[in-house]
Design a protein around this ligand. Structure first.
Ligand code: NAD
Ligand code: DAU
Length: 340
């Protein structure tokens, strides 16, 4: 089996490549990635000499790049995207270009080469926001109602993927998952930003009142969910993937930040309340019963235990994140947080 993985040098994509080659060492992987600020080949040193792993630098918006690299692939697993909400508020056009136009290029080429499956990795953010007043969850039937340029561009990509299935019979599947965390996450996202700031003895910026709720999914659970969908998912179907079990209840950003403070031996003076994100979605929660009932998938990792392991990972991989924080990241950080 030959997999064409887009965005395999990013956070989830690189975890997926490492996971897949551990589980399926005889499959071939083409990792197609533009290496934007978020792409990092250092995530992939474990497989760089693997006989069945090949990296190709290319842009999903370029028909010729994609045509050259995708030929012969059986399955496309599409992770490549601009993925950070705050950057989408600063610069929406990159998000439309990559997430919408780039996805359309991939769909065209996948159709031309008659791939056996086009799997699109999407997000729960396309559904908009839930209220703190009740315990409703997103599921596969929830209407789309995106609020940020990022989530609007991901919604656009989901619609295109379904349109190619309906119009041209491209064999597609989609997963809409919640907030991932774990190794190799770029330190612009809440959990790695909080951990690395605290190790550097800096504060954790908390947007607004901090009572925003996310559903946290350990990245390896996400990789296993995609594996199950590739193996036995029904063509044309969408599966929602979440990390929290009903007994967890909601975990808000202040809870997350306080757990990280405690794991790193810091007190609450290290929380810094800053100006809120515009259009900030109040609450996300996922009903993952469809993928459990149909494919037998459920999250294996407990949030507290794996948050602890994630903190340990960042403590033992300082070189990895310091190289990022010492580069152009600083310009982004200053721009994002100085007006708050
Ligand atoms: P990331 O930002 O860490 O990585 C994105 C990768 O895509 C990078 O390696 C980057 O170089 C590559 N890329 C960007 N533009 C490209 C282009 N034009 N051509 C080729 N490669 C390009 O993102 P992530 O957090 O790993 O997210 C991966 C996917 O999962 C995205 O589609 C995102 O929308 C989705 N998702 C992420 C989360 C999350 O919590 N991180 C949750 C739900 C869904
Ligand atoms: O829900 C899935 C989505 O999760 C993915 O589709 C996105 O690609 C991914 O970036 C993530 O989006 P969020 O906006 O939820 O993640 P982020 O880590 O940016 O923020 C998590 C919460 O923490 C959110 O309520 C905003 C808040 N936050 C974030 C940062 C960076 C803070 O309070 N302070 C911060 O400095």
């Amino acid at each position: 089996m030959k997999l064409f993985v887009t965005g395999g040098a990013g956070f989830i994509g690189s975890n997926f490549v490492l996971y897949w080659l551990r589980q399926h060492p005889n499959d071939q992987i083409i990792n197609f990635d533009k290496l934007t600020y978020a792409g990092n080949l250092a995530n992939l040193t474990e497989v760089e000499h693997h006989d069945n792993y090949h990296f190709v630098k290319g842009d999903i918006c370029s028909v010729s790049d994609v045509e050259k690299a995708m030929e012969g692939a059986d399955i496309v697993v599409h992770f490549a995207a601009e993925s950070h909400v705050d950057r989408s508020i600063m610069n929406p056009s990159d998000f439309v270009e990559t997430n919408v136009a780039g996805t359309q290029v991939l769909l065209d080429v996948a159709l031309k080469y008659r791939v056996k499956r086009f799997h699109h990795v999407s997000t729960d953010e396309v559904f908009g926001a839930l209220s703190l007043d009740n315990s409703t969850k997103f599921n596969e039937a929830t209407s789309y109602n995106p609020h940020s340029p990022y989530s609007a561009s991901k919604a656009g990509s989901d619609h295109l993927v379904r349109a190619y299935a309906d119009t041209y019979e491209l064999p597609i599947t989609i997963t809409n998952c919640s907030n991932n965390f774990g190794p190799y996450q770029f330190p612009e996202k809440l959990i790695p930003l909080a951990i690395t700031n605290l190790i550097e003895d800096k504060k954790v910026p908390v947007y607004g009142d901090g009572l925003y709720v996310r559903d946290w999914l350990y990245v390896e659970d996400h990789c296993r969910a995609i594996e199950r969908v590739l193996q036995d998912g029904k063509i044309g179907e969408t599966y929602c993937v979440g990390g929290l079990r009903p007994e967890h209840g909601d975990i808000n950003n202040l809870d997350v930040a306080k757990k990280i403070l405690s794991l790193l031996g810091k007190d609450e003076s290290y929380l810094e309340y800053v100006k809120d994100r515009p259009g900030h979605d109040r609450r996300y929660a996922i009903d993952w019963s469809k993928i459990k009932n149909e494919l037998g998938w459920e999250p294996q990792y407990d949030f507290d235990e794996w948050l602890t392991k994630t903190v340990e990972w960042y403590k033992s991989h300082e070189g990895w994140w310091r190289a990022i924080k010492n580069g152009s990241y600083k310009d982004y950080y200053d721009k994002q947080y100085s007006q708050r």
